[in-house]
Design a protein around this ligand. Structure first.
Ligand code: GAP
Length: 438
């Protein structure tokens, strides 16, 4: 399948089946902003829950935080974003559309929109932060920003969390939340958007131990992605060269996935040194030092950051899971999501709409819901079509109530990937699924 086709098919499936919709579609859409539908919101929650469980619940050296999106404007001066978080922008003198100056077409002198040559003037820096006003007066003293990364909410709370949770360095703070960037050239569906979610963790360490912690976090994050079931040959590291490093980073690696549109970053691991805490100390006038309780040594910790885009990870999961194959001479589309991530774990069908089968199937569906196992009931159409509908959204197991159920109380459980069918007692189905999810 051609890669462009694959993206078109993914976008179409995502919309048709309720994973992702264009924002404000009935008004013609909002540029590069997306809404998650009933299945998308579940998949996203499952990815975030897995991250939170790994980072916060399974460790005692990382605390959680949910800081506000709106922060004091000085935060963004201290962080360097007011001065440096910008892309070079040029405007076409013919069609007046604006582009990033470093796009290959623009560099070759041609407008990517109208095709006219040699129409660009001098590039100017365009700050990517969204600006708004706080309070009733719209003047520059009321200017406030939508955060372009969640990390700063963690730095300004570093001592609050450390003191309240009685943590000792090394320790980390994890946060999941929205971030906003007024990207000049967004695109590729949910890959580059103007509103997105980040799952970030800042690990505070003693200076001198930062390199070692950096290596550990690189390894640990790559393992986590492999644990989602992502194909290993489509994952790799990319080290930032000196001209790619962000203003705060001493060393940085991206975790990249081979998307249908090429190898691209979806998580970054950064050694941010003491840049952020030292700058906040300078700009706020408040000490942000840590005092080692054993040695009484004072220092500003170094930070090793892991920064994952939740939406990009969701796109990785979808792109990696999508396949088309032939079964018994018929084509089927499958989302081979790991059961843990799949939005719906099981679908329940009566084989036919008579002989008490719908009643038994409804009862089973209710038992699954009562056990908080997301399940779907479907009695319409041929059984083969019902299977296909579930394969396409990634439901791992289809459970059919048939003639034998009315005799011995067993149902058929069909596996999405192997197509193997086993009989399970209908009163055992909840435990059977729980076992497999565990
Ligand atoms: N705090 C560090 C930081 O924000 P980044 O490399 O700029 O680093 C981290 O962003 C991750 O956030 C990226 O790897 C990506 O997954 C996600 N991200 C950044 N910009 C994005 C955008 N415009 N749309 C969707 N995800 C984005």
């Amino acid at each position: 399948m051609a890669n462009a086709d694959l993206m078109d098919k993914l976008v179409s499936l995502a919309k048709r089946r309720g994973y992702v919709f264009q924002s404000s579609e009935i008004y013609g859409g909002t540029g590069s902003v997306w809404d998650y539908g009933p299945l998308g919101v579940e998949l996203k929650r499952n990815i975030k829950d897995r991250w939170w469980s790994e980072m916060v619940h399974r460790r005692d050296d990382i605390e959680g935080l949910d800081a506000a999106i709106l922060m004091h404007p000085r935060v963004w001066e201290a962080s360097g974003h007011v001065e440096g978080f910008s892309d070079p922008l040029v405007e076409c003198a013919n069609c007046h559309r604006r582009f990033r100056a470093d796009l290959p077409e623009v560099e070759s002198g041609q407008c990517p929109s109208c095709g006219t040559r040699d129409v660009f003037g001098e590039a100017r820096q365009f700050n990517l932060m969204f600006r708004t006003f706080m309070g009733p007066v719209e003047d520059s003293s009321a200017t406030i920003y939508l955060r372009p990364e969640t990390a700063q909410g963690i730095y300004v709370n570093f001592l609050n969390v450390q003191g309240a949770a009685r943590q000792k360095v090394p320790f980390g703070i994890a946060q999941i939340g929205k971030a906003f960037r007024n990207e000049i050239t967004p695109g590729n569906f949910i890959f580059r958007t103007r509103e997105f979610e980040q799952a970030e963790m800042q690990f505070f360490v003693k200076p001198g131990t930062d390199e070692e912690w950096f290596d550990r976090w690189m390894e640990s994050r790559m393992q986590w992605h492999k644990g989602l079931g992502i194909r290993e040959d489509r994952l790799r590291f990319h080290e930032h060269g000196p001209d790619e490093l962000a203003h705060y980073a001493k060393r940085a690696y991206d975790i990249e996935y081979e998307f249908p549109f090429g190898w691209k970053e979806f998580e970054g691991i950064h050694n941010r040194t003491d840049f952020d805490l030292a700058r906040h100390q300078e700009y706020s006038g408040k000490r942000l030092e840590y005092i080692d309780p054993g040695s009484n040594e004072r220092f500003i910790p170094y930070v090793v950051e892991t920064s994952m885009g939740v939406d990009r990870t969701l796109l990785v999961v979808l792109a990696d899971a999508y396949r088309e194959e032939e079964v018994d001479g018929e084509e089927r589309v499958v989302l081979g999501l790991s059961p843990d991530l799949a939005p719906t774990k099981a679908a329940v069908f009566p084989l036919v709409k008579k002989d008490g089968m719908p009643e038994l199937a409804e009862k089973l569906h209710e038992a699954l819901r009562a056990a908080a196992i997301p399940a779907f009931y479907d009695q319409s159409g041929a059984i083969g079509r019902r299977y296909r509908r579930q394969d396409e959204v990634g439901t791992p197991w289809c459970i059919t109530v048939d003639g034998q159920t009315t005799e011995d109380g067993t149902v058929t459980v069909r596996d999405r990937d192997s197509l193997e069918q086993v009989r399970v007692g209908s009163d055992q189905v909840v435990a059977w699924i729980r076992d497999r999810l565990a």
